[in-house]
Write a protein that binds this ligand. Structure first.
Ligand SMILES: [Zn+2]
Length: 245
């Protein structure tokens, strides 16, 4: 039994972290450590919400990286999102490896690697403003004008039926980063979350009436096999992105 630990535990209890199993027993066990972690998380969130954390002149990518680490605010550096009139966001996978290649970067505005890291594509979002300009991101047949293309780096060599995610399955970290990216883009470009404005490539044919060539990104989520079909995957994407708005 340690007096310092006990006084910390009493303080935690007073702050509303109840330590239900052991109370202020003076023993620094898992329950106390978890309560301290929770208190620190809440403090960080509070600070990020209540004071400017970054000195004037801090680059937007530094701010975005720090905010991403803290789990607050936007994840996309603001200089990746130039002023433009954009109508929708189409989400893809690259059908490549789990890191962004130069080829991948040529076809999308934002890529997400297996650990959730964001990589900027080569074309600017502005080039896809309708009507699309030379050098635009060609990500969706007949639907590139007005569309932002986001892609998860995964699913190279995958097979739809029977389902086999191959060597580079989609990860939960990628998916969670995707829903944050979609929320940021919706905020920045005032895009409503509907099945015609936030959708996966696999939904384009049905929801926009524009024929595609057998695209199945996304009809299966490798990290959650219970979700099946383009609509189920799309509904999950929209619900989770909406929750982050
Ligand atoms: Zn696609």
């Amino acid at each position: 039994m340690n007096k310092t630990v006990q006084s910390l535990q009493r303080r935690l209890i007073a702050l509303g972290y109840p330590l239900p199993k052991f109370g202020a027993d003076g023993d620094p066990g898992g329950e106390t450590i978890a309560a301290v972690g929770k208190a620190l998380d809440e403090l960080q969130t509070l600070r990020a919400l209540s004071e400017p954390l970054f000195p004037a002149g801090t680059s937007s990518s530094t701010v975005a990286t720090a905010r991403q680490a803290l789990g607050v605010g936007g994840v996309i550096p603001s200089d990746w999102m130039p002023a433009a009139k954009m109508e929708r966001i189409i989400c893809h996978w690259t059908a490549g490896a789990n890191k962004a290649s130069e080829f991948d970067r040529g076809h999308y505005h934002i890529l997400i690697e297996d650990d959730g890291k964001l990589i900027r594509g080569i074309p600017s979002i502005k080039l896809n403003e309708a009507p699309a300009k030379k050098g635009y991101a060609a990500h969706t047949l007949g639907a590139n004008s007005g569309s932002i293309g986001v892609s998860l780096c995964c699913m190279g060599g995958a097979n739809e039926a029977p389902f086999d995610p191959g060597k580079y399955p989609m990860t939960r970290a990628q998916w969670d980063a995707l829903t944050s990216v979609v929320a940021d883009l919706c905020r920045r470009y005032s895009i409503p979350v509907t099945d015609r404005t936030v959708l996966s490539h696999a939904e384009v044919q049905n929801n926009l009436g524009i024929q595609q060539r057998g695209k199945w990104d996304f009809t299966r989520l490798a990290f959650d096999p219970s979700v099946k079909g383009a609509k189920a995957c799309g509904d999950k994407l929209r619900a989770e992105a909406k929750a982050k708005l």
